[in-house]
Structure formats: C-alpha cells, structure tokens
Design a protein around this ligand. Structure first.
Ligand code: 5AD
Ligand code: SF4
Length: 508
C-alpha cells in the first residue's frame, strides 16, 4: 500500500491550483482490452492488488482492511501499480486540493490501463473513500477508466461489487448500509500485521454529529457510530500477539466514543484506553482526533493514571476567535478550549498539544485572525496543521457571500505557520539533553541506525541493532535536526519534552 498524506503542517493550502485536468472526457477511450475477471480461482498466479491511500489515518486503516478482505479472495498486495490487476484509490474529500489530486491520479491510471491493455492485461480501477461517497456515479462520468466506486461504509461488499462490475461493466455503492462493515471485514493475517510494523491504528469510532459548517465529514462518513468494546479489545489483542507495541485508537471524533461494553454499559474513551493498556505486549497508546467539547473526566483521569497513554494530545481548535468559532458551529469558545487544555495539563504535566487551524473562514477579519495567533502563543503548540479555508460543496459555509480573498488567506497562512514554527522549534530545542523512551520501529537512514518515535511522535535516529526493532529503549537526545532527533541509548528515561505528530485523522 502506498500512502499520500493530504495536509502538510507547513505547506498545505499554499499551492492550491484549482481544478486539475484528468485529460479525460466522457467519450475518452478507456484503454480496455477484456472484461474484468473477478473469479478467485481462474488465475494460475495470484492476482495483484495495489491500494493507494490519501488523507487521514482512518483511510490508511481502511486500506489495510480492504487488503485483508481481498487477501481472502486471492489477491496479493503489490507496491507497484504497474503490475497490479486491481488498483484501489482510497480517497480524501476534506479539502478541494485533496479531491482534485484523485482526478489527477485517475488521469495517470488511464495511461497505465492503456499500457496494460497493449500487453493484453485488464486492470480494474476502484475509487473508495470520501470522494467516492461524495461524488458517486459522477466519478465514472468524469473518469471512465473507473470500474467501481465504493463509499467508506460499504468496503465489506467489495467482493460482490467486483463481481457486479464484471457482470455489468460498472458498480457503484455509496449506501450507508444497516449492517456494520466491521462485522464482515476479515482480520489481518499475522504476516500482514508484521509487514505493517510495530505501531498500528484501530478505528474505534466513525462519523461525526457535530456539523462544523466547513466540514464534509458528517456527510461523507455519516453519523457518529462507536464499535463495541469487545471487538476493539479483540483486535488490540490480535495485533499485540503479532508484535504490535503501539496502538492509536482513531475516529473522526474519537473522544465522543461511547461503545457498548461487555457488561452492557456504555464505555467512554477513557475507560477503553484504561482497559487497552492492560493487554500484554501493548507498551503505548494514543488516540486521535479529539473535539474540545468531548473531553470528559474519564479521559482526563486516563491521562493521569495510564502510563502507556502518550503525553501528546491532538486537539483541533480551528480558530482563536469566538466570533469565527460560533460561525463554524464549533460549540466552544477560545476560553473553553483553554480550560480543556488546562484540565489535561493538570492531569499530565508533560502533556504537549498539537492542533488544526483554518485561516480565511468566511467573514474572518484581521482582528479575528489575530485572536488565532494569540491562542497559538498562549498554548505554545508543539506542532500544528494549518489550512486555508476551502469551500466544500454541500456545507453551509461554502455558500456564504463573505468569502475571504485568496491573497488574504495565503498571507494569513504564512503568518500562522511562522508562529507555529516558532513554538515547534522552541519545543524541539527543549529536547536537547533529555532522555526519553523511544519505540524503535525500523532501520534508520544510515547503516547500524534504527529510527523510532519519541512519546511526542518525533522521529528519533539512534545506533542500535535490528534485533531491537519493536523494543522501547531509553535515548538521550544529542542533536536536534530539522526533521528528526538524534540520540544515544541511555540507561533509563527521565522525562520527555518535545513533539511533532506525523499525521492526523481527519475530523474533530
Ligand atoms: N477547509 C479547510 N480546512 C478544512 N478542514 C476540514 N474541512 C476544511 C475545509 N473545508 C481541516 C480542519 C480539520 C482538518 C482535518 O482539516 O482543520 O480539523
Ligand atoms: Fe466533525 Fe471534526 Fe468535521 Fe467538525 S471538523 S464536523 S467535529 S469531523
């Protein structure tokens, strides 16, 4: 599987170019050679699957689950789209730039299918994810190379959809089915888990009921749904048994989690984290993405009591202006946000905060924007993702008349990113000389080196033998580089101070 991250903490929104041209018209030749073969038994060699994932961690998780399901249908994953029989683009619709990337990629897919057709091969192209949900049939009209469109709630139907695409030439499923897809998705094999590394994601909650006026998530992912506790714990146990040491519980609004417990009561995220920490082999827990309104006493207490819960909280604030927060329908003020941060920091004094920001929301004045800069300085975020407001079809803010000119958005984004970078650098500089626990994940840049993650998700380069992959070791930071920390192994960790999350589940 390949992953294309949408959203860069420094650059996203800086280079939006509007509609990209896929080079396809309704009548464009699609490069087809033969009908799709969805039969698992016909091929002598296994059919190959390439999944390209865009956007948030939930898409990465979904891509894994689709690959696990298709493995039971005889598909073997390949990192190379050129040799694939089935290509799935698992798409992101959160901002315009993200959606347009998909159409550019489909332009490349058309050429790839034509090249395969010249060799007598038939490649099936599927579009999954939030663009699939939002645009449905329209994708096939705009990009006839696409055979199959499947929304995020219907992945479990992929084998049937492939068969339907074979029969009818096309298949589209953007329903919100009554059944829960997780009840039908195959668990990953031990080999698949091992191949994905020692840190893993698990979706525990999906969808959102908050309806922020800029956001497509409630429309593309649907209403908030929490998975039952025993399914999640079973999945954590399976991952841990195959060597996973760190689990991140993900959801668009993860701290609104309210899953059915084995005792019949509703469990909160705090309770779920507490129980997950007891699973043998699990050394670290994280969760993302949270909404400030849904921080309850059990989550605060989990940060106080659960040592495995890492001291980094991704808590989007979006704006520092109460006027804009109200217009965004965030249902909290800047003071509410600061109070939530205060409660969390009181419970876990070494907690670092990261966040998401939007600049140039309709009606945002210079004074509103300065309030955003003020909250950046007040909290001192260790890192943050920042975006220019991007009108999304079907959302209330998109039809407001008082859209902010592009040039103003660009200038505000630059100023905001400079402020964020200032705090990030200070935070990272504060790491020098500190000793903290690092989960070693894979070979590093140079021979003999491994790279791992600090409690704050910073990559840490350290000399260590490959046998230590999957171990948590104490590392003293000897150098702070622009993109990673460098250190040497130490006897034991003291405290941890520093941060930079690598990506965020879209939402909250
Ligand atoms: N325009 C710009 N940024 C957006 N985000 C969500 N919707 C939009 C939009 N329409 C950002 C928010 C959210 C993150 C995942 O993406 O900051 O927290
Ligand atoms: Fe829900 Fe987050 Fe989107 Fe708001 S920004 S609607 S909380 S997913």
């Amino acid at each position: 599987m390949t992953v294309e991250r949408i959203g860069d903490r420094r650059q996203d929104g800086m280079s939006e170019t509007g509609m990209s041209d896929t080079g396809m018209s309704r009548d464009a030749p699609s490069g087809r050679a033969a009908p799709i073969d969805a039969s698992p038994t016909r091929m002598s060699s296994p059919r190959k699957l390439h999944v390209k994932s865009y956007g948030c961690q939930m898409n990465v998780y979904d891509s894994h689950r689709m690959a696990d399901l298709l493995a039971t249908e005889g598909f073997v994953e390949t990192g190379s789209p050129e040799e694939a029989d089935l290509i799935i683009l698992n798409t992101c619709h959160i901002r315009e730039k993200a959606a347009e990337k998909v159409y550019s990629e489909l332009g490349r897919m058309r050429k790839l299918c034509q090249a395969a057709a010249r060799d007598g091969r038939r490649v099936t192209v599927a579009v999954a994810g939030c663009v699939a949900q939002a645009e449905g049939e329209e994708i096939i009209r705009r990009a006839p190379v696409v055979d199959l469109v499947v929304g995020p709630q219907s992945y479990h139907r992929l084998p049937a959809l492939l068969a339907r695409a074979t029969r009818d030439g096309r298949a589209v499923d953007t329903e919100f089915p009554a059944e829960d897809k997780f009840d039908f998705l195959a668990p990953p094999s031990r080999e698949a888990i091992r191949g994905r590394g020692v840190a893993s994601f698990i979706t525990v909650q999906e969808g959102c009921d908050k309806f922020c006026t800029f956001c497509v998530v409630p429309y593309t992912r649907g209403a908030e749904v929490s998975r039952p506790v025993d399914r999640i714990l079973g999945e954590v146990e399976r991952l841990a048994a195959s060597g996973v040491r760190e689990v991140t519980l993900i959801g668009q609004n993860v701290n609104a989690y309210h899953g059915q417990g084995p005792d019949g009561t509703m469990w909160t995220l705090g309770r779920l984290l507490r129980r997950s920490a007891e699973i043998p082999g699990i050394a670290r827990l994280r969760y993302t993405t949270s909404h400030p309104r849904d921080i309850d006493a059990s989550l605060v207490a989990a940060h106080r009591d659960v040592a495995a819960l890492m001291p980094l909280l991704h808590l989007p604030v979006q704006s520092g202006s109460d006027r804009i927060l109200a217009a965004m329908n965030r249902r909290h003020t800047a003071a509410d946000y600061l109070a939530a941060v205060g409660r969390m920091r009181a419970a876990r004094p070494d907690l670092a905060l990261s966040s998401d920001f939007i600049v140039g929301f309709p009606g945002e004045t210079e004074e509103d924007f300065r309030e955003t800069l003020r909250i950046v300085d007040e909290v001192g975020f260790c890192s943050a993702f920042s975006f220019k407001y991007s009108p999304r079809p079907g959302t209330p803010a998109a039809i407001r008349a008082d859209q902010v000119p592009e040039i103003v958005k660009t200038e505000r984004l630059r100023r905001l990113q400079a402020a964020i970078e200032h705090h990030q650098k200070a935070f990272n500089a504060g790491c020098l000389g500190a000793t903290f626990d690092v989960l070693l994940e894979k070979p590093g840049r140079h021979p003999g080196q491994l790279v791992g993650r600090s409690p704050y998700l910073q990559p840490v380069q350290v000399m260590a033998p490959p046998s230590l992959i999957g171990e948590v070791v104490a590392v003293t930071v000897t150098r702070v580089g622009p993109n990673s920390l460098h250190g040497t192994r130490a006897a034991s960790a003291d405290h941890a101070r520093s941060a930079e999350p690598v990506s965020t589940a879209a939402g909250a």
